[in-house]
Design a protein. Sequence first.
Length: 173
Amino acid sequence: MFQQFTQHIGRQIHKDKQAFAQANHCVSWFYKTKHPPPPSVQGISWKGTPSSQPEWDCLRTYPAGIDEAQNDLARTQALLSVSLTFYEFALVADRNDDAIYSPAETQDLFRSLSLSYHDGDPTPDQVAALTGRFDNWYHKRNMDALMQGMSDLYERGYRVTPSDRVELDRVMG
């Protein structure tokens, strides 16, 4: 269950990092070209297809310009923050860092996510409940509920361990 849950979140983090990088690149590109220097006289030359040039990607993705790119940058940053925090939460819930949720850890995890837990529920159902909660809170950017869940784990003695920090650094890199 631990592997399936963290992999689900990890896939979203990968997508979020790519979207954030693109928005960040385009904001920088729009900012740099906002007041471009006067064009120099150039001879006729072939420069490849427009789709291979970064400026065309930015113009196609953000036809309204820098304001649209900045709004998307803020949105992608918020989503990346939720997915990274949820990943940290999933790591913290594995109290002994064995990459397996014990029955007690599973019960605490479900309680902290406001999910009902019944010992003996099939693992696929438990994984579906966890990934469903992630998807729901992610799309709603429900950082408040996530932080409440993290607080609940901390009150039960869970902590970010050195192993968790190494894994978070790896995922963020």
